[in-house]
Design a protein around this ligand. Structure first.
Ligand SMILES: O=C(O)CCC(=O)C(=O)O
Ligand SMILES: [Fe+2]
Length: 251
């Protein structure tokens, strides 16, 4: 299979940053040819969304063969396994295209394995044409994933600071001089961002005079618990794309 990633390091240091911050950016990781093919695939999904509603977005890989072919791409599986260990399952592939004027999303976290901290769930975001300057940018709260709280919700930074974040500090620090902080990221084109699913995150609105942000998330998890976000149709599970057979089952 054609490579989708340039060479990168994911060693002890990256692992530690991922576990301390809750996310890890790999800037410019996607190859030019992967970016081209993803842009084409994601444009197609956007057009399908306009015709069919949210199905093509939630089940993006089921509507586009190139997106489906990446579920078991050896480089993507290697990256997912570097984070989660050898036993992994595919959970979902969702297009995250943000056309000009897109509202973004408020603060939230996702759930998985709250009662079993050894079960991990990683979101692997492909920011095909990147984002800068708060324009459709991903915002994070480093350390927030360590609370393993699937219910973080806030409509604004103020609401998050005054609510869920109030009085909390980074769990890796023993003192309150390391308060939790909001950080708005920027990403050059082709950036891949790994994020533990319990991390608090939000997406800034896309400026009305901007262009479409092309992005997609591939989510993987350790098997062990039911998963709410598992967007896999029965038919897809019954007739999975080649190579994905062992990634599809719930357990
Ligand atoms: O659009 C984005 O950058 C992130 C979307 C998001 O919150 C998610 O997929 O969990
Ligand atoms: Fe999210």
């Amino acid at each position: 299979m054609e490579p989708i990633f340039h060479p990168y390091a994911f060693g002890a240091e990256e692992r530690e940053r991922m576990d301390r911050d809750g996310h890890l950016a790999l800037p410019g990781l996607l190859t030019d040819s992967a970016r081209e093919r993803l842009t084409e695939a994601l444009s197609q999904v956007l057009a399908l969304e306009e015709m069919h509603g949210s199905g093509p977005q939630r089940y993006s890989a089921e509507w586009n063969a190139y997106l489906a072919s990446l579920i078991a791409h050896p480089q993507l599986l290697e990256l997912a396994r570097a984070v989660l260990g050898p036993e992994i399952r595919y959970d979902h592939c969702v297009a995250l295209n943000r056309p000009p004027g897109n509202h973004g999303i408020g603060w939230h976290s996702h759930g998985y394995g709250e009662a079993s901290p050894d079960l991990g769930f990683v979101r692997i975001f492909f920011y095909v044409n990147g984002f800068t300057g708060e324009d459709g940018a991903l915002a994070v709260v480093p350390g927030s994933h360590l609370f393993r709280d699937p219910g973080i919700r806030a409509a604004s930074d103020e609401e998050l600071r005054g609510g869920w974040m109030a009085g909390e500090h980074h769990p890796h620090s023993s003192s309150s001089d390391a308060p939790l902080e909001i950080e708005t990221l920027s990403a050059p084109e082709g950036t891949v961002i790994l994020m533990w699913t319990h991390a608090a995150h939000a997406v800034r609105p896309r400026k009305p005079d901007s262009f479409t942000r092309w992005a997609v998330v591939y989510a993987y998890r350790n098997p062990g618990e039911p998963s709410r976000a598992r967007w896999i149709s029965e038919e897809f599970e019954r007739t999975p794309p080649e190579g994905t057979e062992r990634l599809m089952s719930l357990y």
